[in-house]
Design a protein around this ligand. Structure first.
Ligand code: ADP
Length: 602
């Protein structure tokens, strides 16, 4: 009710203001404008101007004389006096003079033109404006009139809506969702056998893997309306507003059933309720969501999809059976998936024939769907920049580096010494890796500084789909991380800050070996750490006593030291190759995997 009253009150105020403005204008402004144009002079000036014959038009009015100078440029007025010789004097001066014939202007016309017409005009304009305001209040964006409304964006299926074919890869996720589409097409089939569709599906996965796209594709395929809202849009400043938005959203959805509700970033409202921090607004919103989900029967035709990249933070009440009981993982794409995504996006731009997408996909290992879309777009931009009509293989290859490591820094010039250190550092990593596995460890190494701050960039070889890692493999990886620093020590004789990221990564791996993977003889298979934020970088929190913690720290140091020694040993044994490869990289600034292996094996 409130939402409707507010705009009416506003419009009433608007009319009052307009009325006041009209009054003010007619009573004060108009007369003073008229006054300003006519100059008032004394009667003496009028007589002397008449005698000097400097007078043009004269009009004798009821209580004043209005006259102009001879050139008729200025208008004067003076009060009327009892002056019997006036007519003769005026005649002698040659002025054109007359007396005003007072014609009573129709009072009705005056009233109509100066009062009624403007008021009518303003009321008409007011009506138009008020209609616009009311329309907005009923629409999506008006904050003021829209408190407690859901603001959900509604997408009604259109012929160009997103389909499953637009979402490349993600076959497992698509399979889960196809069932939902089938249900929305033909609910009877499920009702007959007594099967209930899950009310809610939770899409979980790292950012940019196509969760939103998949949800839209379900709506597109099923040909039903799609209500989309982000979790954070529910949370308002006032307690209770979020809950009312949830109510409104479900009300709208039930009216339009069968339909899909999509809540993006559901963790914004669905976070675990703990005793420590209270957030009344969020808790009420969550409670309302739980109530609404319980409130409708399984087969009403409303399916709720939600996406999150922090599933572990969700309240267990939200993920229990009967609510979001089906979880659809949407993982980073594998090699085949990456290639498909590249192809889907390459259709939207002009690409030269013969581009090897498998090669590009191999180079972009670990990239998400959003990053791949970005890579294709960057390639198109690069082609335009260099005045070509289609993107080439080289454009795509360069864009991978741009998207992952940033643009080349054109004016960041490394000193020769620094360049040499970077060359040794990068070759150190690659050589340690190559000697341990006897295969090409990298696709390419460049030592052109990037806007991301990286001084060198190493494109790893895609090791294919690899789900398990042995203890030796992890140890080799740690040795590879320490290889950069080891090369600096051996070849330059001093150490630099360039290894900070390697140190971080090596420590993380070593710690995980001990605390999570049970790869330490002393601790065995005890979980000493739990991982949170699996999809957002994987933070870990220790779950052990302080003594164990210091023991873990000691073991981590020991482990890394051992691998560092191994790296130093490998590089010392291959000192000649280290120098040769570093020199090549220093001179050419780029070395490919095959060039690297050729020099190493020569
Ligand atoms: P999320 O919701 O998982 O963060 P989105 O669905 O918003 O990711 O994806 C962002 C963009 O990335 C999409 O607009 C699309 O261009 C691209 N993208 C991501 N995954 C895929 C995919 N599997 N196929 C095609 N494009 C994708």
């Amino acid at each position: 009710m409130n939402e409707v009253k507010k705009p009416k009150k506003q419009i009433f105020t608007f009319y009052i203001i307009v009325l006041c403005l009209i009054l003010f204008f007619n009573l004060f402004i108009m007369p003073s404008i008229a006054k300003a144009r006519v100059k008032e002079v004394d009667y003496g000036t009028f007589i002397s101007m008449t005698e000097e014959q400097n007078i043009g038009l004269v009009e004798i009015q009821d209580n004043q004389i209005v006259f102009t100078d001879k050139a008729q440029e200025k208008i004067y007025k003076t009060g009327l006096m009892d002056d019997p010789g006036l007519t003769e004097r005026l005649y002698a001066s040659g002025a054109t003079f007359s007396r005003e014939i007072i014609e009573e202007a129709s009072p009705i016309a005056t009233f109509l033109f100066s009062w009624v017409l403007p008021i009518v005009l303003f009321f008409v304009i007011g009506q138009i404006i008020s209609k616009q305001i009311m329309k907005k209040a009923g629409g999506a964006n008006s904050m003021m009139f829209n408190m407690g409304k859901s603001n959900a964006k509604v997408y009604v299926q259109s012929s160009n809506g997103i389909k499953f074919s637009d979402v490349a890869g993600e076959d497992e996720a698509k399979e889960s969702l196809t069932e939902i589409v089938d249900y929305l097409h033909n609910p009877r089939k499920y009702e007959e056998i007594g099967a209930k569709m899950p009310k809610g599906l939770l899409l979980v996965g790292p950012p940019g893997t196509g969760k939103t796209m998949l949800a839209k594709a379900v709506a597109g395929e099923a040909n039903v309306p799609f209500f989309s809202m982000s979790g954070s849009e529910f949370v308002e400043m006032f307690v209770g507003m979020g809950a009312s938005k949830v109510r409104d959203l479900f009300k709208q959805a039930k009216e339009k059933a069968p339909c899909i509700i999509f809540i993006d970033e559901i963790d914004a409202i669905g976070q675990k309720r703990d005793g420590m921090s209270r957030n009344d607004e969020r808790e009420q919103t969550l409670n309302q969501l739980l109530t609404e989900m319980d409130g409708f029967e399984g087969n009403t035709g409303v399916i709720i999809l939600a996406a999150t990249n922090r599933p572990e933070t969700l309240d267990p009440a939200l993920t229990r059976p009967g609510r979001f009981d089906r979880r659809v993982p949407v993982e980073l794409p594998d090699l085949k998936g990456r290639e498909e995504i590249l192809r889907v996006h390459a259709k939207k731009i002009k690409v030269e024939p013969g581009v090897d997408f498998t090669h590009i996909a191999r180079m972009a290992s670990g990239a998400s769907g959003a990053e791949l879309a970005n890579i294709v777009n960057e390639a198109a931009l690069r082609a335009v920049r260099s005045g070509r009509k289609a993107a080439s293989q080289a454009d795509l290859e360069e864009s991978i580096e741009v998207v992952i490591a940033g643009y080349q820094k054109k004016n960041a010039i490394l000193t020769d010494k620094e360049k040499l250190v970077v060359a040794y550092h990068e070759i150190g990593h690659a050589l340690v890796a190559a000697k341990q596995t006897n295969s090409a460890p990298v696709q390419k190494i460049t030592i052109v500084p990037r806007t991301s701050g990286a001084l060198g960039y190493t494109m790893q070889v895609d090791e294919g789909n690899h789900y398990l890692m042995t203890k030796e493999e992890i140890e080799n990886k740690i040795a590879t991380f320490t290889g950069g620093r080891a090369a600096e020590e051996i070849a330059i004789g001093s150490i630099t800050t360039g290894a900070s990221n390697d140190i971080e990564q090596a420590t993380k791996l070593a710690r995980a070996m001990i605390t999570r993977f049970g790869m330490n003889d002393e601790f065995g298979m005890v979980a000493l750490e739990t991982v949170t934020n699996q999809y957002l970088g994987g933070d870990a929190s220790l779950a052990c006593s302080a003594e164990t913690q210091s023991e873990i720290d000691r073991k981590v140091v020991e482990l890394i030291k051992k691998q560092h020694e191994k790296a130093v040993e490998i590089l010392t044994e291959n000192r000649r190759k280290l120098d040769e490869l570093a020199k090549y990289l220093y001179e050419h600034e780029t070395i490919t995997g095959s060039e690297f292996m050729n020099i190493l094996n020569s």
